[in-house]
Design a protein around this ligand. Structure first.
Ligand code: ZN
Length: 223
């Protein structure tokens, strides 16, 4: 799979496929719907490159590990290396934005959380991060005013705005880069708004970001 930007007016840019750094509970309404406390600092976790698949292809989900939830999220593609960066460096390192599904094996995650164990199996499994193509920043007026929507079988399930992120994108990149160097081709998922729910084989999904990205896909069973 290639990570690329398809833009209205820029030359497509190819980057290596890297890791995905994710933030949990970055929207207060979503933290509350899962009965989680609203965090005072970003909750970070990582999906490996093997989690990435193309959102525009049918999305296959495993059925043997319990319920798999959709979480629609704004995704940021990193174009320059960031280590302990400041906000200005973070801003110039953003190569584009897209949308992603942070697929979550919710029952498995709850069982692991109860035991105080890491969530990796529930969040970082193969194919756990379907991702759209990326659009370059010159097509976007304000990163922190983008509507994120997910329709499941024609019904609006998630409808949030990036204005409601507890930690906005630039401070989030600064925070992440204190722990994990972000390399060109890495992707940051910025958290999901409220409305997450279970997926079923045969579902059709439509995920959009403002008026710049609109992707449709369907859910199939993993072989
Ligand atoms: Zn998420």
């Amino acid at each position: 799979m290639t990570i690329y930007t398809h833009t209205l007016d820029a030359v497509p840019q190819t980057l290596p496929v890297g890791k995905v750094v994710c933030v949990g509970r970055n929207y207060a309404a979503h933290a509350k719907e899962l009965n989680n406390p609203v965090p005072t600092e970003p909750v970070l976790f990582i999906k490996p490159a093997t989690a990435l698949v193309d959102l525009e292809q049918p999305v296959s989900i495993p059925l043997q590990f319990g319920v798999c939830h959709f979480e629609a999220e704004m995704a940021v593609l990193i174009g320059e290396r960031l280590t302990s960066c400041n906000e200005q460096q973070a801003a110039t390192a953003i190569a584009g934005v897209g949308v992603a599904l942070d697929l979550t094996l919710r029952e498995l995650q709850s069982a692991l959380k109860e035991k105080g164990l890491p969530w990796e199996k529930a969040k970082a499994f193969d194919g756990a991060c379907p991702i759209s193509a990326f659009v370059s920043l010159q097509n976007i007026e304000d990163l922190q005013d983008q509507q994120i929507q997910l329709h499941q079988n024609g019904e609006l399930q998630q409808d949030g705005n990036s204005a409601d992120m507890l930690t906005p994108i630039l401070p989030l990149l600064v925070y992440i880069s204190q722990f994990f160097t972000l390399s060109p081709g890495d992707i940051v998922l910025t958290g999901t708004p409220a409305g997450v729910g279970p997926l079923a084989v045969g579902d059709s999904l439509k995920i959009s970001l403002g008026d710049i990205i609109d992707v449709q896909t369907k859910i199939v069973e993993r072989d």
